[in-house]
Design a protein around this ligand. Structure first.
Ligand code: FES
Ligand code: MG
Length: 590
C-alpha cells in the first residue's frame, strides 16, 4: 500500500522496488534530471502518460503541444504526475503513399511505450484521421486505464462567402476546374480557405467521425469530440480529461470494461446518425479485434435503418462549429436513446453509464443542424455491406446518395434497385488519372468505374482513391457521379456513394483482378450484391489465368512497407497486423 492508503501501482515496480535497489536507482535517477524529485516518483501517485500526437509534421493535431499544459494541470490537481511522450506522427494528407500505412505503426509504437515504461494511465490525444483508431487500438492491447482527448475540428472555412469544408471543397473544386470554371490559382485558394485555424478537418470526414466514435464508445468525456480546436471549451475539456484519468487509475477503469460489444454497437448506431466516414467500419473492426470483441464488418448493417440526423458535409451542408453549437454527439445520442437505438447501460470513462451521462447534461439542440429522429435528413442512412462474385465484402455509405444518383441508378421504373452497366477498369490511381478523360473508353452514364490494386497489400495501406470523378465531358453534361467500386478506400470527406474497401483485394487473388473493361456488371440493392455477368466457366477460366499470371505488385519503397505487406490483413477484418491481434491485454491486473 502507498502512503495514500491506495493500492500499489505498476509504476512503483520501476520507482520503488525494495528487492532491486540498483535497478530502482537506475530507473529513478534519469527521470530526476529535468527536475522531478525522488519524493514525487516514490510517493505512489499515478504516473499519467500523455500520448502526444502533435508536431509540426502533424498540423491537424499540433495544438495538442499547447493543450498538453491544460492536461497536465488537470493531472496535477487530481494528484497525478504527468509524463508527456511523442508517438509516431501521422498526418492524413501529407503522408505518402497513404497515412493508413502508419496507423499500425503508431499503434505499435504506443503499445511498446505503454508496456515498457512506468505508466499507470494514459491520455490519448486524438484528432487527424488515423490517430484515433491507432491510439485506441494501442490502449486496447495494453489495457491500462486510458481516456481520449479529441483535438477538435478547425473553425468553419469560407470561400467567397460560401462554406469551404475540409476535403469536400476539393471534390467540388476539381469539378469546377474540369468544367473550366476556375483556374489553378482559384482552385488552390478555394481549398486552402477550408483550413482557417488549428484543428482537424471541419467536415464529417474521418477525423470528426472517428472522434465521435471514440465518444460513442464511451472512451472520452461526454461532449468532447465536437468542440472546435480553438474554443475555450477545448482547453477546459483538456483539464477535465487530465483530472479524470487520475481517478480512473485508482478505480482501475480499463478499456476492456468500456469497449465491450455494446459499446461497439453504440458506435455503429451513432455512425449512421452522423453520416460518418467509410473509414469507420475498418477502424472499428480493428479496435474491436485488438480488444478481443467479436465484430464483423457485416455487423455494420445493424445501423442501416437508422436515419441521418446530422446536417453536416459531406452528407449535408453545415460544418464543425455549427454541429458543436447544435449540441454535438450528446444531442444525437439523446435522439437515439429516446428511440431505444442506443445501449444506455454501456459503461463510460466517467465511471457511469451512457444514459446517466446524457441525462445529467443540459443539451440545447439547434434543429437546423441536428434533426429529430422522426424528421431526419434521410431515412436509412447507415452502411450497407455488399458482396458478389468479385469480392466477399465491400462497404457502401448510403447517407451520401444524392437524389440525382438515386434516380439515375437506383430507381429505374422497370427494375428499381437494380442497375446494369459496362465496367471501366483502372489498374490504380496513376492509370485512372491518365485515362479517365480518354475518349476511346467511351465512358457514359451507364458505366461503372472500377479501380483495383489499391488494397492494403497492393498499394500499401490502401489509399483513398475509389471516389473517382467522371470524365470532364460527362461533368459538363451534368453527371456529377458514376458508380465507383474498388479495393481501396476513399476519403471520409467524399460525397461519393462508392462501393469500396472490397475484400479480398486483387493483389492477394481477389476476383476483382479478373474483371475486364466492357464486362457487363449488375448492382442489386435488394440483394446487396454486385456481380460481373459472365458465365461460370468463363469466370473459372479467368481465375486459372490469374493464378498463372498474378497481378504485379510494385516493389515496396521503404522497409516498413515491406513489413506491413507481409503481416497486414484485409480491410474487411480491419487491416490489422495479424500477429499483433493475438497479443491481447498484455498488462494484467496490477
Ligand atoms: Fe488531418 Fe483531415 S487531414 S484531420
Ligand atoms: Mg482521409
Amino acid at each position: 500500500m502507498t502512503e495514500q492508503g491506495k493500492r500499489r501501482l505498476r509504476s512503483q515496480d520501476w520507482w520503488d522496488n525494495p528487492l532491486e535497489p540498483d535497478m530502482t536507482a537506475l530507473y529513478l535517477e534519469r527521470y530526476l534530471n529535468f527536475g522531478l524529485t525522488r519524493a514525487e516518483l516514490q510517493s505512489g501517485r499515478p504516473i499519467i502518460g500523455i500520448a502526444q500526437t502533435g508536431s509540426d509534421l502533424a498540423p491537424c493535431n499540433r495544438h495538442f503541444l499547447d493543450l498538453a499544459s491544460r492536461i497536465r494541470d488537470g493531472i496535477r490537481d487530481a494528484g497525478g504526475i504527468p509524463i508527456e511522450f511523442p508517438v509516431h506522427p501521422i498526418q492524413e494528407t501529407g503522408k505518402r503513399p497513404t497515412a493508413n500505412l502508419d496507423r499500425n505503426l503508431q499503434y505499435l509504437s504506443l503499445v511498446e511505450i505503454l508496456y515498457g515504461y512506468p505508466i499507470d494511465g494514459v491520455v490519448l490525444t486524438t484528432g487527424c484521421d488515423k490517430t484515433t483508431p491507432a491510439l485506441l487500438m494501442g490502449a486496447a492491447t495494453v489495457d491500462i486505464p486510458a481516456i481520449v482527448l479529441s483535438g477538435g475540428p478547425m473553425l468553419n472555412g469560407y470561400h467567397k462567402g460560401e462554406y469551404a469544408g475540409s476535403g469536400t471543397v476539393v471534390w467540388h473544386a476539381r469539378q469546377l476546374m474540369a468544367k473550366g470554371e476556375i483556374d489553378y490559382d482559384e482552385f488552390m485558394d478555394m481549398v486552402c480557405d477550408s483550413a482557417p485555424s488549428v484543428g482537424h478537418c471541419n467536415t464529417m470526414g474521418t477525423a470528426s467521425s472517428m472522434n465521435a466514435m471514440a465518444e460513442a464508445l464511451g472512451m472520452s468525456l461526454p461532449g468532447c469530440a465536437a468542440i472546435p480546436a480553438p474554443y475555450r471549451e477545448r482547453g477546459q475539456m483538456a483539464y477535465a480529461t487530465g483530472k479524470r484519468i487520475v481517478e480512473m487509475v485508482w478505480e482501475d477503469l480499463r478499456p476492456s470494461k468500456i469497449m465491450t460489444r455494446k459499446a461497439f454497437e453504440n458506435a455503429i448506431f451513432a455512425a449512421a446518425a452522423i453520416g460518418a466516414s467509410t473509414n469507420c467500419p475498418p477502424h472499428l473492426v480493428a479496435i474491436a479485434r485488438h480488444m478481443g470483441v467479436e465484430l464483423d464488418v457485416k455487423d455494420w448493417e445493424m445501423g442501416y435503418d437508422i436515419p441521418l440526423l446530422v446536417d453536416m458535409q459531406p452528407a449535408g451542408k453545415y460544418l464543425g462549429e455549427d454541429y458543436y453549437r447544435a449540441g454535438g454527439l450528446p444531442a444525437v445520442v439523446r435522439e437515439l436513446m429516446e428511440k431505444g437505438r442506443f445501449h444506455e447501460d454501456a459503461l463510460t470513462v466517467t465511471g457511469k453509464t451512457y444514459g446517466e451521462n446524457i441525462r445529467a447534461m443540459r443539451i440545447e439542440v439547434d434543429r437546423r443542424v441536428i434533426r429529430p429522429y422522426d424528421d431526419p435528413l434521410k431515412p436509412e442512412a447507415g452502411f450497407l455491406i455488399i458482396s458478389g462474385n468479385i469480392f466477399d465484402s465491400a462497404v457502401m455509405k448510403t447517407s451520401v446518395i444524392t437524389d440525382q444518383f438515386r434516380q439515375r441508378y437506383l430507381e429505374h421504373p422497370d427494375h428499381p434497385g437494380i442497375f446494369e452497366g459496362r465496367a471501366i477498369v483502372f489498374e490504380g490511381p496513376e492509370d485512372y488519372h491518365e485515362r479517365i478523360d480518354d475518349p476511346s473508353l467511351e465512358i457514359d452514364e451507364n458505366c461503372f468505374l472500377f479501380i483495383r490494386n489499391c488494397g492494403p497489400v497492393g498499394y500499401p495501406g490502401a489509399p483513398e482513391v475509389v471516389n473517382m470523378r467522371p470524365p470532364a465531358a460527362l461533368i459538363k453534361k451534368g453527371i456529377k457521379a458514376l458508380p465507383c467500386i474498388g479495393d481501396g478506400r476513399q476519403s471520409g470527406t467524399s460525397e461519393s456513394p462508392s462501393i469500396l474497401n472490397a475484400s479480398p483485394e486483387s493483389a492477394v487473388g481477389g476476383n476483382l483482378a479478373i474483371l475486364k473493361t466492357n464486362d457487363r456488371v449488375r448492382f442489386d440493392l435488394h440483394k446487396r450484391r454486385l456481380d460481373v455477368l459472365i458465365p461460370e466457366d468463363e469466370l473459372r477460366a479467368r481465375q486459372e489465368e490469374l493464378k498463372r499470371n498474378p497481378p504485379k505488385i510494385p516493389p515496396s519503397q521503404t522497409p516498413w512497407q515491406e513489413i506491413y505487406r507481409s503481416l497486414v490483413g484485409q480491410l474487411a477484418t480491419g487491416a490489422c497486423l495479424e500477429p499483433a491481434v493475438m497479443h491481447l491485454r498484455i498488462v494484467e491486473k496490477h
